[in-house]
Design a protein around this ligand. Sequence first.
Ligand SMILES: O=c1[nH]cnc2c1ncn2[C@@H]1O[C@H](COP(=O)(O)OP(=O)(O)O)[C@@H](O)[C@H]1O
Ligand SMILES: [Ca+2]
Length: 401
Amino acid sequence: MWFQGLFPSNMCPANASAYTFYGIMFDAGSTGTRIHIYTFVQKNPEQLPELEGEIFESVKPGLSAYASEPKKGAETVRILLEMAKEAVPPSHWKKTPVVLKATAGLRLLSEQKAQALLLEVREVFEESPFLVPDNSVSIMDGSYEGILAWITVNFLTGQLYGQNQQTVGTLDLGGASTQITFLPRFEETLEQTPVDFLSSFEMFNSTYKLYTHSYLGFGLKAARLATLGALEIKAVDGQMLRSSCLPKQLEAEWHFGGVKYQYGGNREGETGFEPCYAEVVKVVQGKLHQPDEIRRSSFYAFSYYYDRAADTNMIDYEKGGVLEVRDFERKAKEVCDNMDMYTSASPFLCMDLTYITALLKEGFGFGDNTLLQLTKKVNNIETSWALGATFHLLQSLGLTH
Ligand SMILES: O=c1[nH]cnc2c1ncn2[C@@H]1O[C@H](COP(=O)(O)OP(=O)(O)O)[C@@H](O)[C@H]1O
Ligand SMILES: [Ca+2]
């Protein structure tokens, strides 16, 4: 494969006859739309390209918030695409591919609304000076989301080439869905796993049989709605949704996926970690497959795992850090049992930390001492499925020279 030798550029000597090319990947997530502009350098025709850098920008809200105004949604993509015109020299525009992949936010919309949004985005792409491959705007299959993020992290950490490959599992917690992906080490894991949780993938001349699954409706924001009971009632407008995970006196409004929700604390009843955990655990208990082997492995965790760990100073916002699963529980207790002290943060902080704890322990079945490597960037590249997707794209287009 062409990117067999695609090493971080600091590993190879500079060469005067270097050839640079680019790839543009849009991540249309449920909470925001992001552009990743990757630069690759081919030092000479015999060598394979290297990843040189990334330009990253994002806007909020995500495309699904424009379900009823698809043209307005596509405008957000146009604005981000303007950045690509700055980043990529005009001489390269025509051969630089641009692709958008949407995730859980669009998966949850009606087919008609999702297609209307994708159509408008496609028009924005067609009007741009970039290369628009077939199928350049689509909703990505959930299993690819996990696989491609796994490829990104294991590529960036150097586990997909060289000797002593020790791949790491990945945990992604989005707004509407969540993914778990790892390379099973034990035969029993393969035997005990439903077939649709296993995916073979070829990369860097090796075939990896990965365990991967995307749980739709188990992202952090979808879980808030499930905890509040918003998914069980038909007309949410005007209904006050209450939870013991929210500050007692709180009453507020929240817009998500084009719907307005009113929510508040348990004025009369209990508040705090214990009643909150009891509420939240119902959302995950018995709903997820629990592979035994993950109790003995460590995982890279990003997206909302990272954000909430950083919000509560468990890790450094820039550098990330290593936590145990029990650290999320400890912090959830601290926040939920002292909600008055955390009034400046999001009113959902207690619920979010409690959900992360319940998802990890009761959902996936992680042990209290499972290690989580919280990571936002490796070598200054975002840990996102977008890089894995770009490798795949460039390979399919044969864009190596
Ligand atoms: O490239 C990225 N860099 C940093 N954070 C990202 C990136 N992509 C997604 N995220 C994080 O993912 C979370 C939102 O998930 P998203 O909007 O992608 O929902 P979804 O995956 O359920 O569609 C946020 O924590 C956001 O910071
Ligand atoms: Ca995502």
